[in-house]
Design a protein around this ligand. Sequence first.
Ligand SMILES: [Fe+2]
Length: 258
Amino acid sequence: MHFDKIVDLHCHMLPGIDDGSPNLETSLELAKKAVLDGVTHILLTPHHLDNRYVNHKFDVIKKTESFQQALDKCKIPLQVFPGQEVHINGDLSERYPDLLGTDIDTRYMLLELPHSNVPMYTEKIIFELQKLGITPIIVHPERNKEIQSNLNILYNFIQKGALAQITATSYVGGFGENVADISQKLVENRLVQVVASDTHALKGRDFVLREALESIGDDFGPKVAMKFEKNAEDILNGNNVIASGYSKIREKKRFFFF
Ligand SMILES: [Fe+2]
């Protein structure tokens, strides 16, 4: 498969501000790997408002500008944009002035749930963000323990108007067979609309975003993979992306023998 552009919507490449790249040197190495993988545009999305990190909107904008200058100086052909991976909080809508979307008008925003569970107020927060004109994109649902045990929790959020992003490493098996199976099932049922790298500083590992797109193409046809890539472009540009053709995941029927 050939991609003219590859947009990565989720990446911890900004140096020294979260659990991603520790320094500029590593960031530039990661950027070179991204380019080798065919990635052309990256939304830089440091953690925001989780238990460990606060990365204010204007700090991220400034740091993204200086990282772009470093890329240009090293002649690395990559365009970067400021974003945040926003952790769910009960008062998120009040924090709107300090939130960065995936696009300049904040039509979309990456929303992170805890790893272990789905907070009771998630649906309420989705609704409140929608009232502010934001479509939340739930990041890596395939890695959330509660969603793993009931994929239709995600179906409910998609039905309420959210979107979802799977992680490339999940799809290609980097987090084990179970997470890969779940990722495939989510794509099969069109419960996720986009795939992104969620790159941290990966020791000895290359970018796998193109590999994940190609695997999606192998499993479901090139049109589906192209649509995933196009959705990433549209989300970065703030264009319309809606979840379509999605379906509830059928539970395996259990037979009881007495
Ligand atoms: Fe992330």
